[in-house]
Design a protein around this ligand. Structure first.
Ligand code: MTE
Ligand code: MO
Length: 197
């Protein structure tokens, strides 16, 4: 009886309506990196933002941590088909970092320490949809998972959530990033299964 109930429960969980099509649930936190994990000390870490027509901005770790912080609990979805529900993070909203007067018609290229890049439309990172996260599950973000800080765009496949983010460049036109030039979809909405070209 117990076994039947357990099996039923597991099956029900796989059909959770928080899991996008073609995804399976995992409770692990797999590490997926295209290269080695860069080691960045907090004293050398900075985060830059470039917006056309504005002077470039750069925050040190202390300045970044002094910005308004948010606690975020979200589901995340990797294109390799794992989804993880209810992950909890702390970080700074891109609304704070980009400012209110940014033209939402643009695009953003995230540049990481180590050279990784990924592109997203600005509208996918404004209005409470994206953060630079430095804490996972109440602990400083592991280097393997992008520490000191990573982009978090939970409503897109997780390759858009650049680990070890170093600067964000706002652009008037769209330019593909690392995976987007290597066969991944330009946008990456898991609910539309925008996986590969
Ligand atoms: N800088 C950088 N960011 C990255 C990657 C990477 O290789 N380098 N991999 C991406 C991919 S494909 C995924 S699925 C997630 C994996 O994040 P995780 O290792 O914390 O699970 O990070 C994304 N961000
Ligand atoms: Mo991925």
């Amino acid at each position: 009886m117990a076994i039947i109930n357990k099996g039923f429960g597991a099956r029900r969980r796989q059909h959770d309506d928080r899991i996008p099509p073609g995804q399976y649930l995992t409770n692990d936190f797999p590490v997926l990196s295209a290269g080695p994990t860069p080691s960045i000390s907090l004293s050398e870490w900075t985060l830059g933002i470039e917006v056309p027509g504005r002077q470039a901005r750069r925050w040190t770790w202390d300045e970044f941590m002094a910005l308004p912080q948010e606690d975020i609990t979200v589901d995340i979805h990797c294109v390799t088909a794992w989804s993880k529900l209810g992950t909890s993070w702390r970080g700074v909203s891109l609304d704070v970092l980009l400012g209110e007067d940014v033209d939402p018609d643009g695009f953003v290229m995230a540049h990481s320490y180590g050279g990784y890049t990924t592109n997203v439309p600005l509208e996918d990172v404004l209005d409470g949809k994206a953060w630079i996260a430095h804490t996972f599950d109440g602990e400083p973000l592991d280097p393997e998972h992008g520490g000191p800080a990573r982009l978090l765009i939970p409503h897109l496949y997780f390759w858009k959530s650049a680990k070890w983010v170093e600067h964000l460049k706002v652009m008037d036109s769209d330019v593909p990033g690392f995976w987007e030039t290597n066969g991944y979809h330009n946008h990456g909405d898991p609910w539309k299964e925008e996986r590969y070209w």
